[in-house]
Design a protein around this ligand. Structure first.
Ligand SMILES: [Zn+2]
Length: 243
């Protein structure tokens, strides 16, 4: 066809579309065309007024909406287990969580049915752990993509440990947060003070994953998500400054 060959273009499938350098046009979660931007961490896990420097990643509509009921569930759980006045106020009549639960009697029933009395007389909540795992997996993935660049698969991230009020992290994870003398001090990134902060750390004691994302939610719940090693190729970096 020689020099007069006309251009012939074909759309890429979702798996290979992410090879395109204009990564911001593709959903970081599934690789299909992105038509929205999603906040990382999601606003459902933050408080108003929102921090001014909220970060976003490109996402498609289904991925942007797909986790929102789980995010809402986690926010409701945090309001139940926290002793912070800001959160307990949400449970009072007319508060944000009270209104959400009144608007959804089925959801309210699920939460109430999850409550039981502990042998020491306190009331406890039995968590729907797979919903918390889904949210923390997605948030860790988003934070990892923003910090280290995009290119990993969502399935390579998994919730591996959690600590709530009255709990401590297993020592192999707690040890990753210690500041050893003479070693560069570990620094948490505070997205919103007392509401959401995170840190990426290695822990040789836990084995397995090359990196872990620790997330502190409402100073109440600490979640640890195992992460893959970063893909540090510059071309995979998202077009936004690092944290
Ligand atoms: Zn998507």
């Amino acid at each position: 066809m020689g020099a007069k060959t006309r251009q012939f273009e074909l759309p890429l499938g979702p798996g290979s579309a992410r090879r395109f350098r204009g990564l911001n046009q593709f959903c970081v979660y599934c690789g299909s065309a992105a038509d929205t931007r999603e906040h990382v961490p999601p606003k459902a896990l933050l408080e108003e007024p929102w921090p001014i420097n909220l970060r976003t990643v490109p996402a498609c509509q289904p991925c942007n909406r797909g986790w929102s009921s789980h995010e809402e569930y986690l926010a409701v759980v945090l309001a139940h287990i926290s002793d912070s006045p800001r959160l307990t106020a949400k449970l009072r009549e007319g508060g944000a969580v009270d209104r959400a639960l009144r608007g959804s009697p089925k959801f309210d029933d699920r939460i109430i049915n999850a409550l039981s009395e502990h042998s020491d007389g306190r009331v406890q909540i039995s968590l729907e752990i797979e919903r918390i795992a889904a949210v923390t997996q997605k948030v860790a993935f988003g934070l990892h993509a923003l910090r280290y660049g995009h290119g990993c698969r969502l399935a390579s991230f998994a919730l591996v440990a959690m600590a709530g009020p009255g709990h401590t992290l297993p020592p192999e994870f707690a040890g990753a947060l210690w500041n050893w003398p003479g070693v560069r001090k570990k620094r948490w990134t505070e997205v919103q003070q007392g509401v959401f902060s995170f840190i990426f750390a290695k822990t040789w004691m836990a084995g397995g994953a090359p990196l872990y994302c620790f997330m502190k939610l409402q100073d109440t719940l600490l979640a640890v998500v195992s992460c893959p090693a970063p893909i540090a190729r510059a071309k995979r970096r998202l077009a936004s400054p690092p944290w």
